[in-house]
Design a protein around this ligand. Sequence first.
Ligand code: ATP
Length: 292
Amino acid sequence: MSLLDSEAVETYERSITAPPADNLVLEARNLDFFYGKKQTLFGVDLPVEKNKITALIGPSGCGKSTLLRTLNRIYELYPGQQATGRIILDGQDVLADKAGIARLRARDGDAVEVTPNKMDLATLRARVGMVFQKPTPFPMSIYDNIAFGVRLYKRIRGAEMDEIVERALRRAALWDEVKDKLKESGLGLSGGQQQRLCVARGLAIDPEVLLLDEPASALDPISTAKLEDTLNELVGNVTIVIVTHNLHQAARLAQHTGFMFLGRMIEFGPTEEFFSAPKLKRTRDYVTGRFG
Ligand SMILES: Nc1ncnc2c1ncn2[C@@H]1O[C@H](COP(=O)(O)OP(=O)(O)OP(=O)(O)O)[C@@H](O)[C@H]1O
């Protein structure tokens, strides 16, 4: 075998240990993604267990954010970006319409039963929320930051809205810090508080899944610890997928971890095994700091 052959074999070697199928709430299967003509995801599989935390790690540019943006189809806001494959949310394919599913069946022989209607974006965004790398509060009061999103999806009266706002802020572990200044601007909060406000905003519409794209990268260690406490408290009630560059953070928080490399999901499995006994050399090299 030539060096080139062995490299080619290694490039495609994968190890995916998925949680039991009945426990999955969201699943990407054989997902490809294109920025124009440039392909950036290649046959990615991602099984996401319900009410657990799944971490995505990997070197810069390997496609972690792209994968996250595909899961709630936020990429559709940008012309020329396209995804093919399957994203199944509670048995419904959120990516494909009827014709798309027929094409997939013909291509992959995939016989998964899904509802053949492309999910409308408002429904999808309500079920799969997203928090970005930089805190992005709206230029309005702390209260309205949360109420605004809720009003987009539900007709709510005053007192009921107060309850929703309080509950979301409590779940995001921010209530005690802001309960006396709900009318003040969200922009006046610290970076860490702003990020928890964004988590609260996401939680207020009761999503099944919350996607977090490096949510702690702009935060100091104390704010990071508070955010992690918040995420830990949410386990069991909401499903979280988090992209992080911080391997310790992945090990601390996640029940499952996926390692991406060059647009591929190379290794996926339970976090403890993933870090203590990675199955592939490439993962081992990455988690021991030998490359990346
Ligand atoms: N808008 C875009 N147009 C064209 N290519 C893009 C665009 N956004 C990202 N890419 C490319 O897609 C690939 C994957 O990028 P992505 O941001 O998903 O990686 P990442 O793993 O999240 O990186 P990082 O850890 O640095 O945030 C990279 O090669 C990147 O250059």
